[in-house]
Write a protein that binds this ligand. Structure first.
Ligand code: GSY
Length: 184
């Protein structure tokens, strides 16, 4: 889709999931936010709570810290995805086992209301509605005008009531301006 993307210079709103369960998890997430916001074509507009979550899938691994960012960008979806992959490398991403522990994960969840299915990128993220560790932080930052808002909001509330993924609010960050997250 990217090459035909009707790019008119306007900014899109995208949502990015962050996760870490190796090394200094909190510092890795803070560094990721700062790097994303320092990118000349990406601006972090909202930062979710930082949640500690039980591992899903391969469960014999440490708990994760997960959060979600709302960003504004002029990059196309594929360009944004490639920047996130490059930032993972810059942050020294380590992951030895496919579903196992990793220093940092940056996943593109949504890009406006774009739907696309390509080898490199599927939007909305294909597993986001099944993952409480994505839904709960996403609900913190998602704009009410988004087509999926009602679905995300209901699924997030159900996930918290259900409690099966052990999601605990770890920290609330105040987002002031570029590269300046601070703990409250
Ligand atoms: O991209 C998903 C990495 N991941 C996670 C995660 O981020 N959080 C939790 N709680 N479990 C996970 N299992 C995998 S794989």
């Amino acid at each position: 889709m990217d090459e035909q993307f009707p790019f008119n210079g306007a900014q899109a709103e995208a949502y990015i999931a962050l996760g870490s369960n190796m090394g200094d998890r909190e510092q890795l997430l803070l560094s990721a936010i700062a790097l994303i916001d320092a990118h000349p074509a990406i601006e972090v507009s909202k930062v979710s709570g930082m949640y500690e979550t039980d591992p899903v899938g391969y469960t014999d691994q440490p708990s994760f810290l997960n959060m979600t960012l709302a960003v504004r960008t002029k990059l196309t979806p594929l360009m944004l995805l490639r920047q996130l992959l490059a930032l993972e490398q810059e942050l020294g991403r380590v992951r030895q086992v496919r579903w196992g522990p990793r220093t940092i994960d940056l996943d593109l969840l949504l890009y406006d209301n774009v739907r696309m299915d390509q080898e490199e990128l599927t939007l909305p993220h294909p597993r986001m509605l099944e993952r409480s560790f994505v839904l709960v932080p996403l609900n913190d930052v998602m704009d009410e005008s988004h087509q999926l808002y009602d679905e995300v909001s209901a699924a997030s509330r159900a996930a918290l009531l259900d409690g099966k993924e052990g999601i605990t609010l770890w920290k609330i960050l105040n987002w002031r301006s570029a590269s300046e997250p601070f703990e409250s």
